[in-house]
Design a protein around this ligand. Structure first.
Ligand SMILES: [Zn+2]
Length: 163
């Protein structure tokens, strides 16, 4: 297998919490006392996924594609950003093998919505929900995650070259 056949990518993101819900994570809105702060819709998980697939294809990062200095990106739907990144990756000849994600949030409980999030990511990326892993961790009550100051997300993805 030559080195261009399989490509791994990683993405990480952090957004601050602010009072007032709902909380948008992984393309869905979750009822919560807080939401995430950011220039776009601040979907921390979709940003990590976007960076992971761009990184695997060595096509830059989300900040290059959608600068936060561009007023057009204000309140932008991160699902649209991920779709645009996916289109770039696809036209470079890659397809997604699988991806695995972790959400780091003290609250709310993510277990009831993990399946819904995986389904939404699969829908955006035109893959099967079985190709999307979604896990959640708390911050054990310490640090910025544990004190409910931020939510972080990480994603790792494996791409393969189709052409
Ligand atoms: Zn972000």
């Amino acid at each position: 297998m030559n080195q261009d056949t399989l490509r791994i990518g990683i993405g990480h993101d952090t957004h601050r919490l602010k009072p007032g819900g709902p909380l948008r994570i992984g393309g869905i809105d979750i009822e919560h006392s807080h939401s995430l702060e950011g220039h776009s819709d601040a979907d921390v998980l979709l940003h990590a996924v976007t960076d992971a697939i761009l990184g695997a294809a060595a096509l830059g990062d989300i900040g290059e594609l959608f600068p936060d200095t561009d007023p057009q990106n204000k309140m932008k739907d991160s699902g649209e950003m991920l779709k645009a990144a996916f289109a770039k990756v696809t036209s470079a000849g890659f397809q997604i093998n699988n991806l695995d994600c972790i959400i780091f949030a003290q609250k709310p409980k993510m277990s009831p919505v993990k399946r819904k999030i995986a389904n939404r990511i699969a829908e955006i990326l035109e893959i099967n929900p079985e190709q999307v892993g979604v896990k959640a961790k708390t911050g054990e009550g310490v640090g910025t995650v544990g004190l409910h100051e931020v939510i972080m997300a990480e994603c790792i993805v494996l791409l393969s070259k189709t052409v």
